[in-house]
Design a protein around this ligand. Sequence first.
Ligand SMILES: C[S@@+](CC[C@H](N)C(=O)[O-])C[C@H]1O[C@@H](n2cnc3c(N)ncnc32)[C@H](O)[C@@H]1O
Length: 246
Amino acid sequence: MFKKTVDYDKFSKVYDKVREGNPEMVHQILDGVSLSGSSLVLDIGCGTGNNTLLLASTVQANVIGLDISQGMLQKAYEKQSQILFVQAPADCIPVASETIEFVYMTEVLHHLPDIPATLHEICRILKSSGSFCIVTQSHKQIDRRMTSRFFPASVAVDKERYPDIDVIEDLLFKAGFSAVNSKEYTYSPVRLGDEYLETVTKRGFSMLHKISNEDYEKGLEDLREAFQQSEVLMYSADYSFIWATK
Ligand SMILES: C[S@@+](CC[C@H](N)C(=O)[O-])C[C@H]1O[C@@H](n2cnc3c(N)ncnc32)[C@H](O)[C@@H]1O
């Protein structure tokens, strides 16, 4: 059996009810890379394929999705059987060395059991001058999340799971990458409504599985209270895009 940190086979049953592909994120990724019709692109930790499908429908390149979870991949395959979806752990990718032009991962890094080994593995499969993009959140961005207001215990949990940006940059250099740089991107503000409450109620954010039941119930009660009081909860999600070249 592959080693997993969160049970995504179980989570796959509700994942698409609480998460969607993110066109703005995919647009940001594609802005940073130049691809041709023959390029091979690998989406590591592709999950149910939401961003894989968005990206594949925007570019001519050949896009492959890779994930450790059979349950997540099954959902992805049901949506689009033309894309190759592969089950494998990110630190042991069944791909020959120097074959891929572009690798990206969205909201995956904090789940990986061995980040240095994974970065070495990605460097191995990339062609010379190939690009790699990690989409994650910095510790400051974790502080700014709406979940951090209602579930303050999740902040420490996630700062433990998410390496901060300077740490990731350092690991990339150590894995053999060059031209490492990062930029933050803030999405258009949205008013959080019933969908957000539903996501939280279904514990649709992985850190909500890692805090105590007491902390979770208290945060949920405070959130429901905010909605009952018709408080306007405006939120601009923000992410860090870390780019590296082999
Ligand atoms: C938060 S989901 C992100 C899914 C997708 N990238 C997205 O943005 O919707 C994290 C994904 O990483 C996958 N994952 C976790 N550990 C992994 C590993 N060691 N190797 C490959 N995939 C992994 C999980 O199965 C899950 O599908």
